[in-house]
Design a protein around this ligand. Sequence first.
Ligand code: FAD
Length: 517
Amino acid sequence: SKENFFFIRGFMILFLSCLTIRVNLCFSSILSLKTLQLDGHFNFDEVHHAARDFGNRYQFLPLAVLHPKSVSDIAIAVKHIWDMGPTSELTVAARGHGHSLQGQAQAHKGVVVNMESLKGPEMQFHTGKFPYVDVSAGELWINILHESLKYGLTPKSWTDYLHLTVGGTLSNAGISGQAFRRGPQISNVYQLEVITGKGDVVTCSREQNEDLFDSVLGGLGQFGIITRARISLEAAPAMVKWIRVLYSDFTAFTQDQEHLISAENKFDYIEGFVIINRTGLVNNWRSSFNPQDPAQASQFKSDGKTLFCLEMAKYFNLDKAEMVNEEVEKLLAELSYIPSTLFLSEVTYVDFLDRVHVSEVKLRSKGLWDVPHPWLNLFIPKSKIHTFAEEVFGNILTQTSNGPVLIYPVNKSKWDNRTSVVIPEEDIFYLVAFLTSAVPSSKGTDGLEHILTQNRRILDFCEKATLGVKQYLPHYTTQEEWRAHFGPHWEVFAQRKSIYDPLAIFAPGQRIFQKAI
Ligand code: FAD
């Protein structure tokens, strides 16, 4: 009818006008970015890489990728976007090594800052009583390790995998088996240089601009772009005794883990993992570990069972090898693992810290690295870890785990509750990390859908049973969920956002705040 015709025509005109406005906005954004005088450069064509991450599930194309050569390049770009005000759609995401899981370092139609391009200034070491190093936030931890060792020094707290950037891990927390003793990486930083949402370059620490310092640590990239960090160092050991033992009893396993993290000067690293129905496990370990009792160990069968592996490490220098052997023997005598399952190894400090990279090389060679990674990382209060394990390892994950399942406790006293990271309200809490890989296009138990359903079941159980669990490397899609995640800390988090990034320019991929346009 005539009415319909006019209605459709009107709708089409409106739609095309909106489209034209959007395309014009896009062009004017590109044009305006092109006018900026930078040491580095923008790339408007090769932007696909910035729309990918380790999770391999989310892909949001940015409008441009900034390859900064200097801190001022980033400040100029952010200031420019700030000056455009709320009329511009542009957002900014710092991209470290892009090892996020759900697009957290991506910026749909925005600007991605490739932090690894920011090479300078060179690492500056300060030796002395409290040694530290000043590094660019786009630096990989593996490079910091190698450089520090030239001075006989090392950072104190790590992640399991070192091919991650300083800015990326400090925006979360950065944890590994050293955290029970040293705290997370965010507890081992003295000072940061940050570019705020207005394009200001600000130095912050416990002594100077403390609120910004706390905001940014564990701040999920919401308050600014970290451009430089001052990281606390200590004397580096040469060697590591690396030990694994097995338990079939979860209570004995956690009791021993908690015993080991309760006192200083025991092991330097405590982790653990769950083994679900694995065949030939002990044989697989033999390439890198020696069973203390080879005959007994070869009788041990892991298939069909759920087992818990306690992993410990003790650092040492060769002149103290004898003494360390005695200490380790004494410590092991306090534990109640299955006696035939003691496995020992001695490796260099670098080989120990860079151990996951060995797996990366193997997986890459088999084409199994660039697959979807529907990981789930949870912090679970100590008082609820048995309830959690009973349901998750007893009912939900019984046949296979589709990847490692880490489980280890840390001491809350080593975390600073002024920072932005959210952790459970108990003195000891566990990290449980389901580090799954999905087989692309599989519809079976190793497929993405199945693993995501399993993750959902785990999260639903935690919620129903009110376990007080918090996600680590959190991922939510609505602000309601984020509010629940932060709980009583939400007000402070939102207030800090309004101070340091009032237009909500930064890290849109976290989906916490939306730029008001
Ligand atoms: P990206 O993925 O690039 O960025 C992560 C977030 O931080 C994004 O929101 C981004 O915008 C923001 N960001 C990045 N750089 C900056 C900056 N300079 N300033 C402000 N914001 C910034 N984590 C642990 O704690 N312990 C582990 O043992 C551990 N092991 C891992 C092993 C593997 C194989 C992988 C893939 C990840 C692991 N992680 C671990 C998680 C890892 O710490 C996070 O995913 C981290 O964010 C990755 O660092 P990235 O440099 O790739 O950051």
